[in-house]
Design a protein around this ligand. Sequence first.
Ligand SMILES: Nc1ncnc2c1ncn2[C@@H]1O[C@H](COP(=O)(O)OP(=O)(O)OP(=O)(O)O)[C@@H](O)[C@H]1O
Length: 366
Amino acid sequence: MTKRFDDGTVAVDNLNLSVDAGTITVFVGPSGCGKTTSLRMVNRMVEPTEGAVLVDGADVRASDPALLRRRIGYVIQQAGLFPHRTVLDNVATVPLLSGWTRRRARDRAGELLELVGLPTELGKRYPAQLSGGQQQRVGVARALAADPPVLLMDEPFSAVDPVVREGLQDELLRLQAELDKTIVFVTHDIDEAVKVGEKVAVFRQGGHLAQYAEPDELLARPADDFVSEFVGRDRGYRRLSFLDASGIELRDVPTAREGALPEPRPEEWVLVLNAEDRPRGWLPPGSTVDTGSETAEVQPGGSLYTKGTPMRGALDAALSSPSGLGVVVDEDGRYAGVVTAEEVLEAIQQRRAEPEHGEPEQGGFG
Ligand SMILES: Nc1ncnc2c1ncn2[C@@H]1O[C@H](COP(=O)(O)OP(=O)(O)OP(=O)(O)O)[C@@H](O)[C@H]1O
């Protein structure tokens, strides 16, 4: 489809892409490149000049816009909540419009607050009495209220600080694993795009589609200089997010129980575990004995790497550990072994030598 506004601006130029049902697709690109306009053509807030949007094979123009929007949830930056309605009534809006009884709509709203991780007591408050992150969650709950199969999210997490933002992204992924919606998500942040997107469409100025690919592919093989520049210089590092560390052999280190540290003091780093085998920290080599304050000698560990999660975490665990040994834990957080940064890097090299990852990356020196 193409969108030319009345003043002649071509916001979207001959865009042709298909989005898989039940997945998260992200539109990413610099400001003004037509992401929002493309998104709004899906729910008819903007009508295309040429072309059409098909949902489940049917042209959206065959549906009345108001009815269409009940089947397509919409979440925007700043949540866009009604300030004079309580949180519960905000979430119940669409069910009420769809003719549900007040009671059923409110019950559903309560369930949704729980689903997005908010205490139901917050339902009685007004939006201004919530934090930014809480308001965004309410925005998501409201969009999900009528259980629409399609969800459009336009920069939904841009107005909150980075820590809250990461939490909201994780929550979205958790929700999606349960709900299997078809989600189109707009952002200008490439990190957010490769984190939440199963497929990512990179837009460039003038409403052109520069590349449409899975995140790993996008980072490994940017289609041209624009994409390469946009995904950034540290894309090699970012790509570690998509390789798992299954090929790395774990090593053992000496361990000791919290509260029963070894005597005499060891010559190498000792990993201190609690009664449940969860890592508590490191005892440095040759530390002097002072039984009264033995826990004070234990240095806090770095980040932990959970088996089966992306390689980036293994490298981070090794680099952040005072002993230089990254601590690996199983799914329950119990000690499983250690790994050095060199071993992680070696595993990455090996992976690059395998055929499917072996092609030279483009734009590396461009
Ligand atoms: N109603 C309108 N009339 C004229 N031009 C418009 C209108 N709405 C958007 N545009 C223009 O269309 C282009 C694409 O805008 P759009 O909002 O889709 O971009 P975007 O990629 O979502 O940008 P941002 O990340 O800044 O939100 C821009 O040049 C914008 O100025």
